[in-house]
Ligand binder design. Structure first.
Ligand SMILES: [Zn+2]
Length: 256
């Protein structure tokens, strides 16, 4: 993988910076990116940008959407229309998202990470305020991705600080967490949210410590009235999938 996106002819033929950025980032992705899900050598462009996905893997049929920015991704990442995104989640049809950060002096990739589709849940979507009545699309409601709601496994690094992470390592995380794909969207959101809390604790922790996140989890799941039981259920799911192990007496160990 070469981290340079530079293509002389694109810079010569286009004037608008946003157009140049779009072409160079997409060209780079088609040229250099492999499929992190099955390690197929390449990904293909979708003709005419159908279904909100930009690329797909011919072998495993995973779909990808690329978000590229010259500004570093912080806590919030702007996405499209709020209701559309909520429908995508409830229909279980989200693509996998790639977030790419580049610099446009030499046109190189600084970082790139993958949010697997099974980590896209209602918990990490924030509804934005409607556009004002003076705006061209008055009343339109967008949404943000809240990256700080995602556990580390939901943000798989492919390029980190201009260093390329080994493919097998990336694929291992994908495979390890793939069990979430078979769960219903609501259930999957819980697994991701509890995992996020687990990661904030020491590697070995007990129930009492994870119960301290009950208020945070209640905020994310206001309809649930038995948060502690739900936490225990999710710890069990994480254990069944070898993300955690039980050490007895309400103690757990994080294995990733
Ligand atoms: Zn694939």
């Amino acid at each position: 993988m070469d981290l340079s996106m530079y293509q002389k002819e694109v810079l010569q033929n286009y004037k608008s910076n946003s157009q140049i950025a779009r072409i160079l980032t997409e060209n780079w992705f088609s040229r250099e990116m492999y499929c992190p899900c099955c390690l197929n050598e390449g990904v293909d462009d979708f003709p005419n940008n159908q279904k909100g996905s930009d690329f797909f893997c011919e072998k495993c049929k995973n779909e990808f959407q690329l978000k590229a920015s010259k500004n570093e991704f912080k806590r919030k990442v702007v996405d499209g229309e709020y209701n559309t995104m909520m429908n995508i989640i409830s229909r279980d049809s989200s693509p996998n998202f790639f977030l790419m950060n580049y610099e446009n002096a030499n046109w190189t990739i600084k970082s790139l990470f993958l949010i697997p589709k099974f980590f896209i849940s209602v918990s990490m979507i924030e509804k934005r305020n409607p556009l004002s009545k003076n705006a061209k699309r008055a009343g339109w409601v967008g949404c943000n991705f809240l990256l700080d709601r995602l556990p580390e496994e939901g943000k798989i690094q492919i390029v980190k600080d201009e260093k390329i992470i080994e493919r097998n390592k990336i694929n291992k995380v994908w495979k390890k967490m793939f069990f979430m794909n078979s769960k219903k969207p609501e259930f999957r959101g819980w697994a991701s949210d509890v995992l996020k809390c687990v990661e904030e604790l020491d590697n070995k922790f007990d129930l009492r410590e994870i119960y301290k996140y009950d208020r945070y989890l209640k905020e994310l799941h206001p309809m649930n009235n038995n948060i502690h039981a739900k936490i225990r259920q999710q710890l069990q799911v994480l254990r069944d999938n070898k993300v955690l192990s039980f050490c007895g007496n309400g103690r757990y160990e994080f294995l990733l």
